[in-house]
Design a protein around this ligand. Structure first.
Ligand SMILES: *[C@@H]1O[C@H](CO)[C@@H](O)[C@H](O)[C@H]1NC(C)=O
Length: 795
């Protein structure tokens, strides 16, 4: 009988094993206007017809590009700029090919994409980079005429490049010639470039024009013999005289050449200086520097104290080319910020030798570069060196998988005593990679204090390994554990709870956002924390499902005088009136620690808000930040909050977020009364999407006029001030006592909403701008006027 079970188990295991797959991606290059395939396919080959395929754009933002599910393309939530431009190769899905066809490529499409495939049993994702590049035509050379000094004036031009290519004039031996300024402009289908040259008689009379973009070169040459001015006959007679004069001339020429060289260098130096001190960033993007200019830039950076503290490559040019030119700076700086720089293995080689060289480098941020396992392995040859004293390493979203993670861990095991913080967010270490990481954490020499593993698809097994390892290492230094968005960690949290109740566990920050934690898990977690409550300072449980009994346990924990929690995030946890009441009464019994409470997007109801008000009325309550956005707060709830705060003049509350509620006119009036009260020291107030109308604006502005000295930030987006409301705001901003620094207002008309949202006319906008201009002296100000009817974005 037992034998049969073993066989069934084996069959089950091998069947589900067969469903596992890896995704393979790659990179693509496309010209503007063309169609391109972004590669992504399953390995081993299996049908993806029944799977879910999601293509998203990683930078900027997280835009949905294409979505295939239930054997159909899904069109809702697609980013508008991709609609009707994408498709999968439906007939290829059968072979596991989930590549995306993107049509009519635009310049703005260039960037990082992510292909994600979910089957019932397995999922994986891979990044795919799309580069926009167009190769133009062979250059054309034309003769424009005879130059002043008897040379021939040539012009070389070429069309259809993207981005702007390099354009050089060369002599027949291939040496670069000093030529005119390179001119370029954007044309249909790419850039047009041209450059002129005054060519003189030479041995071969041949000149070459070369256009170059990356590895692509296009050349054209011209023989100028026929275009040279005819030699003058009388000149022959003068030859002897010329010879005599020549020696004298040589001296003069040498003098001038030297002077010209110096002048040229001074000019180059000036250009480099101008780029370095430029306003915009990246400052060195697209420059065409000589080696001497690069040396000069490097030298300048190496003498800047600021750069030696933090070298941020993105300020100069976020590219591997620039990194390689400026690599000496990395040897000398304390922190290297290299995220989003398109770095590859090549840079990892350089960084490894920096790390081996006993350099000053202590913090390295390589996040958002596609390094793959191979790049990380190169980096490891530096990390394992005893000369490497790195304290902080960020490798988030670097396409690292189990092999890369294993290499990283074994390198760190050889040199465990320096690294304090490791960020591996958004990689895919798989269970075996997490196992290696656990071995590292179990090592008593490991000094890691902060570990970030969000979006790593960690399973129950992985999470259990991590927790047992931490528990088995009583000298563990771990203080911050981030498991944000790992949806398959054990919903019951057995091992994590066992770790938390263990007296040696000194975790201070625990982030379990969006981990599919159930009521059972939350109860286990809280009862473990009750046994060892004195270390945790910050707990993020948002977007889980604690249920009423989970919230009840949490309340019991908060009530414990040994619990010193300062920050609690419970947004989107479906907390009801009952749950909110339990939390508040617990906090009333132990009010002296919590500083930040986030209840956004829950359902406290009027009675829950009343309980919260009672808490805020308590002079012992230390709450500084309270987020109640999207909590369906009514006039009644708002009135309760305000009157509670009015009764507690020593309230610590500095930031209040009431976005997306329904305070109504009377609620806004109550809030205004509160703002008018000198005792009350609110610094930041958010009231976006609260349906505030003219009356509400009047009340708020007149309150702020009477008590202008506390509020720094006010968010009034998506309301309806009308012209009179705008005038009130203008008058307020003109007041020299008003301390408002950021007025994120008046996004009262968004193109996404109907025209009736519009409420600021040109008149209103002009009034606001002139008010700001009259009072620029006292405080730096930010004013956001996006999306208003007048179209005046800036003043
Ligand atoms: C997937 O299909 C596309 C379109 O036919 C093709 O270009 C690509 O090479 C295929 N990929 C693989 C891995 O077969």
């Amino acid at each position: 009988m037992e034998c049969v079970w073993v066989i069934i188990l084996f069959l089950h295991w091998s069947l589900s094993g067969a469903q596992r797959f890896d995704l393979e991606g790659g990179g693509s290059v496309a010209a503007p206007g063309s169609d391109v395939t972004l590669p992504c396919s399953l390995k081993p080959r299996m049908s993806a017809v029944d799977m879910e395929v999601k293509w998203t754009r990683q930078d900027p933002g997280d835009k949905l590009v294409h979505h295939y599910k239930n054997k159909q393309d899904q069109t809702d939530k697609l980013d508008p700029s991709y609609i009707n431009r994408t498709s999968l190769f439906i007939e290829k899905l059968q072979q596991g090919n989930t590549s995306l066809l993107l049509k009519k490529v635009q310049v703005s499409d260039g960037g990082l994409y992510r292909c994600r495939v979910d089957s019932d049993q397995w999922k994986d994702s891979v990044n795919v980079q799309l580069r926009i590049e167009a190769t133009g035509g062979t250059p054309e050379i034309s003769v424009l005429g005879t130059g002043v000094s008897g040379g021939v004036l040539l012009q070389c031009e070429s069309r259809g490049w993207w981005p702007v290519p390099d354009l050089q004039w060369l002599n027949s031996e291939g040496a670069k010639l000093p030529a005119g300024v390179k001119e370029s402009c954007e044309d249909v289908g790419g850039f047009y470039v041209r450059r002129s040259l005054t060519a003189h008689k030479s041995n071969t009379n041949t000149y070459i024009c070369r256009v170059k973009l990356g590895e692509v070169k296009k050349e054209e040459q011209i023989d100028i013999t026929d275009h040279l001015p005819k030699p003058d006959n009388t000149a022959a007679i003068a030859v002897s005289v010329t010879l005599i004069l020549l020696s004298a001339l040589v001296c003069v020429v040498v003098y001038f050449i030297r002077r010209d060289k110096l002048r040229k260098w001074l000019k180059e130096k000036q250009t480099a200086d101008m780029c370095l001190k430029g306003e915009g960033e990246p400052r060195l993007h697209g420059v065409n520097f000589t080696d001497a200019q690069w040396k000069y830039v490097e030298h300048t950076l190496l003498t800047s104290e600021e750069v030696l503290e933090v070298f941020d490559l993105r300020k100069y040019d976020p590219s591997e080319e620039c990194f390689l030119k400026l690599q000496k700076v990395v040897y000398a700086c304390r922190k290297a910020q290299l995220s989003y720089c398109d770095l590859t293995e090549k840079s990892c080689d350089v960084l490894a030798s920096v790390l081996r060289s006993n350099s000053r480098l202590r913090e390295l941020d390589l996040s958002q570069n596609i390094l793959w396992n191979s790049g990380v392995k190169k980096l490891c040859s530096g990390l394992e060196s005893s000369d490497c004293k790195l304290e902080k390493l960020s490798l988030s979203n670097c396409s690292i998988r189990e092999e890369g993670c294993a290499a990283l861990c074994s390198a760190l095991k050889k040199n465990p005593s320096h690294l304090r913080e490791l960020n591996l967010d958004s990689n895919n270490p798989r269970d075996s990679g997490v196992k290696q990481l656990s071995d590292l954490l179990e090592d008593p020499h490991c000094k890691l204090e902060k570990l970030h593993l969000s979006y790593c698809m960690i399973t129950k097994e992985g999470c259990d390994d991590l927790c047992s390892a931490l528990k088995n290492n009583p000298s563990s230094h771990m203080r911050v554990l981030n498991l944000h968005n790992n949806k398959s960690v054990d919903s019951r949290l057995e091992k994590l709870s066992a770790l938390l109740e263990y007296p040696h566990c000194k975790l201070e920050i625990l982030d379990l956002t969006d981990c599919s934690i159930t009521q059972e898990g939350c109860v286990a977690l809280c009862s473990a924390l009750k046994k060892n409550p004195s270390h945790l300072r910050e707990l993020n449980l948002n977007h889980n499902k604690p249920g009423d009994s989970g919230v009840k346990q949490l309340s019991d924990l908060l009530e414990d005088p040994h619990c010193k929690l300062e920050k609690l995030d419970l947004s989107g946890c479906s907390i009801t009136e009952q749950g909110c009441a339990a939390l508040c009464s617990a906090l009333k019994k132990n009010p002296a620690h919590l500083r930040e409470l986030n209840l956004n997007n829950n359902k406290p109801g009027d009675s829950g808000v009343k309980q919260l008000s009672a808490l805020l009325e308590d002079p012992h309550c230390t709450l500084e930040k309270l987020d109640l956005s999207s909590c369906s707060i009514t006039e009644e709830g708002c009135a309760a909050l305000c009157s509670a705060l009015k009764k507690n003049p020593s309230s610590h509350l500095r930031e209040l977020n009431l976005n997306n509620n329904k305070p109504g006119d009377s609620g806004v009036k109550q809030l205004s009364d509160l703002l008018e009260d000198q005792n009350y020291k609110l610094e930041k107030l958010e009231l976006s999407k609260c349906s505030i109308r003219e009356e509400g604006f009047d009340a708020l502005c007149s309150a702020l006029k009477k008590n202008p000295s506390h509020l720094r930030e006010l968010n009034l987006n998506h309301n309806k001030p009308g012209d009179s409301g705008v005038k009130q705001l203008s008058a307020l901003l003109e007041d020299p006592h008003c301390k408002l620094e950021k007025l994120d207002t008046l996004k009262c008309f968004s193109p996404l909403y109907s025209l009736s949202w519009c409420s600021i006319t040109e008149e209103g906008c002009v009034a606001l701008c002139s008010a700001l201009k009259k009072n620029t002296s006292s405080h730096p100000r930010e004013l956001n006027l996006d999306y208003n009817k007048s179209g005046l974005k800036t003043c």
